[in-house]
Unconditional design. Structure first.
Length: 174
């Protein structure tokens, strides 16, 4: 597996990201969509992320296995001036057929390193409360819980907690 920083996206990368995200959402993954996103939605999202990356306000990483995109993740800096030293790890997605290969761990570790280099002090994220594998991964990398919103995520008639996690990257922390 190879993990790379992404500075720009082409049609091939957008199509691969779309496949991963749409397949995961169709399978019930909590990635911010109830229904699988369209190719245009993913292209728009990645365009926004790449713009942030170019401005120093984000990082986008991709993992490749056998030359194919197997996962992606990104963080974005908070926009408010008082929150500029903070960023939110907004998406981490690994193709279903690539789960269990350490891709999520490698992507998250690379994104944490990118955040440190960018001067981010606190990296936050949230996860659906029933996503025990993701929660276990984030906690193993040093993220700690700082809140929980009971029954916050609505998926049809089902409700799930939203778990809020943070990683303090300030010197002497974590």
């Amino acid at each position: 597996m190879i993990t790379t920083a992404v500075q720009d996206v082409d049609d091939r990368f957008v199509a691969a990201a779309h496949r991963i995200l749409a397949d995961l959402v169709a399978g019930g993954a909590a990635l911010g969509w109830v229904d699988p996103p369209s190719l245009d939605e993913v292209a728009e999202l990645l365009g926004h992320v790449v713009t942030a990356v170019r401005q120093g306000d984000g990082a986008l990483r991709a993992a490749h296995v056998d030359g194919q995109v197997a996962g992606l993740g990104y963080w974005l800096r908070y926009a408010r001036p008082t929150h500029r030293p903070h960023a939110d790890l907004e998406k981490l997605a690994v193709a279903a057929d690539a789960h269990g290969q350490g891709i999520g761990r490698a992507l998250t570790a690379a994104l944490i390193d990118d955040a440190r280099r960018a001067g981010i002090e606190v990296l936050t994220l949230d996860a659906r409360g029933d996503n025990s594998a993701a929660l276990r991964l984030y906690r193993s990398l040093g993220f700690t819980d700082y809140g929980r919103l009971p029954d916050f995520v609505a998926f049809g008639a089902r409700r799930y907690d939203k778990v809020l996690l943070m990683l303090d990257l300030r010197a002497g922390s974590s």
